[in-house]
Design a protein around this ligand. Structure first.
Ligand code: F6P
Length: 343
């Protein structure tokens, strides 16, 4: 069996570890051959490939990013039927029998449509945001949180020296998992998530109280937190990926605090893509490896149209269709755990 692998959407630490595990296990256990498609679905549409053998993937466990490159190209953008036909034709021309698709909602959405049309495909989920409902966890999240916490620890000491409010903006457009876990692990005084309304007067009150007791307030804010006066409208300017470029939540919050807390000194650090880079943590290497192994076993056993998923401590395959649709956001119960405590 000749298997094509692609990575799509935003990258995250652990993508290369999935590729490594899949190629090594598929080659050694099942005599599969692998080819890599460059830049996600673009590589499929344009037949842009690289060979993937054992020697090519062995060094990849610790390497951040994806050696295959990524893009947000959607082969179904001009119609599902035409897109599926084009992908099928490209795979046939390249002698590729099946696909291993590693991606988030959008990328796996395409894989779902291909499976429905009879293209042999399995998936592995990825996103640093950890917001896919079909799996308890995605690799990349643990690394992203550790990177954010390391940054907060450093910012807290300089903040303390200058009696300053340190505002740290982290990724998380729709779900606040990164902000929630970063805030808890870094001991933030305030943590703002996309899932709940932001009470700017309450934030200002906490900042004043921490300053009054001689502390330096640490505020973690998710990029998707609503400190912008409401979500961006349909006509908001978008970048090449169709993403609205939000005025930074951190900066917006800084303006609000300057207006509400006279004489305060504030500094904003936007961690942004720093959280997507670098070598994966041990936990992410393990989860990515397990996902790669599970996906390749699914290919070998004909368990198609499925993606690797963690439930409790078990990795198993679930229908690809479950990967899309419902995002796993931070539930009220998790937010309530820390409510009202003065850290
Ligand atoms: O993968 C999701 C994510 O990390 C979001 O948290 C963030 O908003 C988005 O990617 C940014 O992606 P890019 O800048 O690569 O389009």
């Amino acid at each position: 069996m000749r298997v094509g692998i692609l990575t799509g959407g935003g990258d995250c630490p652990g993508l290369n570890a999935v590729i490594r595990a899949a190629v090594l296990a598929g080659t050694q256990r099942h005599g599969m051959e692998f080819v890599g498609f460059l830049d996600g679905w673009r590589g499929v549409l344009e037949g842009d490939t690289v060979p993937l053998d054992e020697a090519a993937v062995r060094p990849l466990l610790t390497t951040g990013g994806t050696i295959l490159g990524s893009s947000r190209t959607n082969p179904l953008a001009d119609g599902v039927e035409e897109g599926v036909a084009r992908v099928r034709e490209r795979l046939g021309a390249l002698g590729v029998d099946a696909l291993l698709v590693i991606g988030g909602e959008d990328t796996l959405g395409v894989a779902t449509a291909l499976h429905a049309a009879g293209v042999p495909v399995v998936g592995a989920p990825k996103t640093i945001d950890d917001d896919l409902s079909a799996t308890d966890a995605t690799f990349g999240f643990d690394t992203a949180v550790q990177t954010a916490v390391d940054a907060c620890d450093r910012l807290a000491t300089t903040g303390a020296s200058h009696h300053r409010v340190m505002i740290v903006e982290v990724m998380g457009r729709h779900a606040g998992w990164i902000a929630l876990h970063t805030g808890m692990a870094a001991g933030a005084h305030v943590t703002l998530l996309p899932e709940e309304a932001v009470d700017l007067d309450a934030v200002a009150g906490t900042v004043r109280a921490v300053l009054a007791r001689g502390g330096a307030p640490l505020v973690v804010v998710s990029e998707g937190a609503d400190v912008h006066g409401g979500p961006a409208g349909e006509d908001a300017p978008r970048d090449a990926f169709g993403h609205v470029r939000l005025r930074g939540a951190g900066e917006a919050l800084e303006q609000e605090l300057l207006a509400r807390v006279p004489g305060v000194s504030t500094r904003v650090t936007v961690l942004g893509h720093l959280l997507r880079g670098g070598t994966p943590s041990a936990a992410d290497r393990i989860l990515a490896t397990r996902f790669g192994l599970s996906a390749v076993e699914a290919l070998a056993s004909g368990d198609l149209g499925t993606m690797a998923s963690l439930h409790g401590v078990e990795v198993s395959q679930v229908p690809l269709s479950e990967a899309t649709g419902v995002l796993r956001t931070v539930p009220g119960a998790r937010r309530a755990e820390t409510a009202g405590i003065r850290w």
